[in-house]
Design a binder for this molecule. Structure first.
Ligand code: HEC
Ligand code: HEC
Length: 292
């Protein structure tokens, strides 16, 4: 219930912050709102590559899709097929028609070529690390451990954002069970890869997460360490204790403990009752005997 309220609160704050966002140029809008899930000509991420989408679809289609993607999933055959392919529907984006126009223009301008490098500071977008030292595949044990600590909250994020474990779970022998509000991230590295995770964490596209890190963004180093941890977790899933087993143990353990406690209470109750009854009879008998 509390979680739900938090989620609503997060959504409201996102909507509000979206409302104060004025029309900006397509490049920064794309980076801020779309780049966590889409690239233009760099391959699919969480969603499809948008290269050439400006000619593939009409402006009207894109405009209403971007604002109502969730509803499209029910009525539009193409959207339905994409949801099957990508695993979930695109979240509705709170952008104005003018913003979408600017974004479409930007997509058009950049479709045949690479995404232009921009220098906006609006969102702390970190591009896929070109530096091999920041490639999670090359991470050493210390980086992985640092990522684990950040995920679990044992080490605070430097900008004081909430730890990931409040909402997410990762199957790992050194971790307690995480939150169930959001997806299990044990295998997220296989699904999104370093670039996808980088996008997600630089400009989180989901209201609950965006609200959590809007004023306390992750640093490039933290994103690298978390990615290293996710990479390691995905590779080592088979060595981890199965959470379902633990859950069952807890469930059965709890059940057994309940039965034991209930029996003790019952026994105490019976014992007391027996004592009372006996005493009653005893007193009455004494009384009866003495009044004779
Ligand atoms: C949270 C991730 C996410 C964000 C953020 C996001 N999208 Fe998407 N997008 C998706 C997914 C997933 C799909 C495919 C599933 C579907 O159709 O709903 C998609 C599909 C699309 C399509 C249809 C592509 C085609 O080939 O027909 C367009 C257009 C699109 N997105 C534009 C945008 C724009 C513009 C933004 C930014 C304002 C944006 N998206 C933000 C995830 C996202
Ligand atoms: C307030 C809750 C919250 C916190 C805190 C949070 N997330 Fe999320 N995260 C979400 C939600 C909601 C989604 C959307 C997908 C879903 O429903 O699971 C999401 C999605 C993701 C995804 C994409 C998953 C996928 O398979 O598409 C990644 C990666 C991710 N989060 C990583 C992190 C990391 C790393 C942290 C810590 C730095 C973090 N999250 C903290 C709520 C949260």
């Amino acid at each position: 219930m509390k979680m739900k309220l938090k989620l609503i609160g997060a959504t409201v704050s996102i909507v509000l912050s979206g409302m104060t966002m004025n029309a900006q140029d397509g490049a920064s809008l794309f980076k801020q709102t779309c780049s966590a899930c889409h690239t233009i000509g760099k391959g699919k991420l969480v969603g499809p590559d948008l290269k050439g989408v400006n000619t593939k679809r009409s402006e009207a289609w894109i405009t209403s899709f971007v604002k109502n993607a969730q509803a499209f999933g029910e009525k539009d055959a193409d959207a339905k097929a994409m949801i099957t392919e990508f695993g979930y529907p695109m979240p509705n984006q709170n952008v104005s028609d003018a913003d979408i126009k600017a974004i479409i223009k930007y997509i058009g301008e950049n479709s045949p070529t690479e995404v232009a490098q921009t220098t906006e500071t609006a969102a702390p977008v970190v591009e896929t690390p070109a530096d091999p030292a920041l490639d999670p595949a090359n991470a050493n044990h210390d980086d992985i451990l640092a990522g684990l600590m950040l995920f679990s909250g044992e080490h605070r994020l430097s900008n004081k954002g909430p730890s990931c474990i409040t909402c997410h779970n990762v199957l790992h022998g050194d971790l307690i069970a995480g939150g169930l509000l959001a997806k299990d991230l044990t295998k997220v590295y296989e699904r999104l890869g370093a670039a996808g995770i980088n996008g997600m964490l630089s400009a989180p596209p989901f209201p609950a997460m965006a609200a959590s890190y809007k004023d306390s963004p992750l640093t490039e180093k933290e994103i690298f360490q978390l990615s290293a941890f996710f990479n390691d977790a995905a590779k080592n899933t088979i060595y981890q204790p199965q959470r379902t087993y633990n859950d069952n143990l807890l469930l059965y353990g709890g059940g057994v403990a309940f039965i034991i406690i209930a029996s003790i209470i019952l026994l105490m109750f019976i014992e007391r009752k027996r004592k009372c009854v006996k005493e009653d009879i005893y007193k009455r008998q004494i009384k009866a005997a003495s009044s004779k």
